[in-house]
Design a protein around this ligand. Structure first.
Ligand SMILES: [Zn+2]
Ligand SMILES: [Zn+2]
Length: 134
């Protein structure tokens, strides 16, 4: 099964194949700020994936030193996907909301649970990690 995630104006797209390797939500403060929401919902897909359109990039270094390269639309500002430096050929993390699919698989993991807003309740069966388990 192929899925396409796109920005609000539609010019930036990523097409992915198969089922996500993992679907997670992240409550870290950087993700809250980055998305403007109180948590990020991300799905990791194995390569190959196909990107079209123009993206502006922003690299953020995570707590464990990994460098994450976020791609967002320079026109409408939607954050669409990111890759980890050195792992571009292996997988991409796609913003779940960019699929515009309410039937998208629910998250299996919740990370940076220590930053979770107390009113956010996890779906039953979601495995919560205080920080990033990697
Ligand atoms: Zn756009
Ligand atoms: Zn995060």
């Amino acid at each position: 099964m192929n899925r396409t995630a796109s920005c609000t104006c539609g010019q930036l797209r990523i097409e992915v194949q198969g089922e996500p390797r993992v679907v997670g939500i992240c409550h870290c403060l950087a993700c809250q700020q980055r998305t403007g929401s109180v948590f990020a919902a991300l799905a990791s897909f194995a390569a190959p994936y196909k990107v079209s359109g123009k993206a502006t990039e922003y690299v953020r270094t995570g707590d464990q030193g990994a460098k994450f390269r976020f791609r967002f639309c320079p026109v409408c500002g939607t954050t669409v996907f990111h890759t980890e430096e050195g792992y571009e050929a292996i997988s991409a993390g796609v913003a779940v909301g960019a699929f515009r699919d309410p039937d998208f698989p629910a998250p299996q993991v919740s990370i940076y649970d220590c930053r979770r807003h107390p009113w956010v309740q996890l779906p039953s069966g979601t495995k919560a990690f205080e920080k990033d388990p990697d």
